[in-house]
Design a protein around this ligand. Structure first.
Ligand SMILES: [Zn+2]
Length: 64
């Protein structure tokens, strides 16, 4: 079977999914779950929340 060269086919290997940042499929075709990137920012917020009450309690100890 001969494949006609006229057909403009997109090489899926060069297609990058914006959701999981993986190659080989489009974002709307993504079946993967979101990547660690989102988890990473969540951890950052957690760290921030952990740091805040710490300095606050420090203040309490100081005034005591
Ligand atoms: Zn994907």
């Amino acid at each position: 079977m001969i494949v006609p060269k006229k057909k403009p086919t997109v090489d899926l290997a060069t297609v990058r999914c914006q959701k999981c940042l993986d190659y080989g499929h489009y974002t709307y075709e993504c079946k993967n779950k979101r990547k660690i990137l989102i988890r990473d920012s969540r951890t950052k917020i957690l760290n921030k929340n952990l740091t805040k009450p710490q300095s606050s309690s420090k203040d309490t100890v100081r005034s005591d």
